[in-house]
Design a protein around this ligand. Structure first.
Ligand SMILES: [Zn+2]
Ligand SMILES: [Zn+2]
Length: 281
């Protein structure tokens, strides 16, 4: 049983309205032993709105400390962040991670060439295949950027926003052949992503939002999880990427067996930026 959610958003994230305390109470209600908050910090996200996807770390840590003390006997609260990675933000990221006592840092690709693939404009003027490949190539560049993080978030997130996948989702179907084909085409770059993460002592996450989005798979797809393990990858955090209390620990019951089938015996929690391996059973 997985009793720790390590990718959780609250109203400190621009795309969530859930107070942090509501998430803590939901975690206690679901019987979680720990929760690691990882609100969005996407420096230089293109927007006219000030502080879009950026929070005040001072206020964030005040609230984390208050809740960690208040609920200490019921749940362990750990302090994380999800950095949206891109070119030109290494100094801001370094400043943040060296000034605040984070337990855990997720690095994620949310933008490609300053465009958000969530919006259809990203997909205009390039083939879908190119749009997917560009996402993975950007991830590779982000890994090499020197930005400090512990695991890479939702590695195959791009597939959930392709025009084809959006159509399947609207029809309420999953198309395994499509997912396999696109994965196959991108696999050389994905392989290099996994190798570079392992070589630099960093890990990946299993993000259950893929189930929530009707993909029929977590992020990343089991084939990527298997390959990571085959290459010797051991650091693997587990998170729901929940932005609402009902999404907390989403479909975690499916995770232990899925991971065992991919060759894992443990998953990873991070405390004071140090990995702690937990047995799956
Ligand atoms: Zn993300
Ligand atoms: Zn997230």
């Amino acid at each position: 049983m997985i009793t720790s959610d390590n990718h959780v958003h609250t109203s400190f994230s621009t795309d969530s309205e859930t107070p942090m305390e509501t998430m803590v109470l939901a975690g206690i209600h679901k019987g979680l032993s720990s929760i690691c908050f990882t609100d969005h910090m996407d420096y230089q996200f293109p927007s006219d709105i000030p502080s879009f996807f950026v929070f005040s770390p001072e206020e964030y840590f005040l609230e984390l400390d208050r809740l960690a003390a208040k609920y200490a006997s019921s749940i362990q609260i750990r302090r994380g962040v999800e950095l949206g990675l891109k070119k030109g933000i290494a100094q801001e990221c370094r400043q943040l991670s060296s000034s605040f006592p984070f337990d855990f840092i997720i690095g994620s690709t949310h933008l490609v060439d300053d465009m958000d693939p969530y919006y259809s404009t990203y997909w205009e003027g390039q083939s879908e295949r190119q749009g997917i490949l560009r996402y993975y190539e950007t991830t590779l560049e982000n890994i090499q950027s020197g930005i400090d993080f512990d695991v890479y978030g939702h590695i195959d997130y791009i597939i959930r926003y392709t025009p084809t996948q959006k159509q399947y989702r609207e029809q309420g179907i999953t198309n395994e052949a499509y997912l396999e084909r696109e994965l196959e085409a991108a696999f050389p770059v994905i392989d290099e992503i996994l190798k570079q993460l392992i070589r630099s002592g960093r890990g990946i996450e299993l993000n259950t939002a893929g189930f929530k989005y009707g993909m029929g798979h977590p992020h990343p797809h089991e084939r990527i999880l298997k390959r990571y393990r085959e290459l010797g990858g051991e650091l693997l955090s587990i998170g729901s990427d929940g932005h609402q209390p009902e999404a907390l620990a989403y479909d975690f019951a499916r995770v232990p067996e899925l991971l065992r089938e991919c060759g894992f015996r443990c998953y990873t929690l991070f405390q004071n930026r140090q990995p702690i391996q937990q047995p799956l059973s």
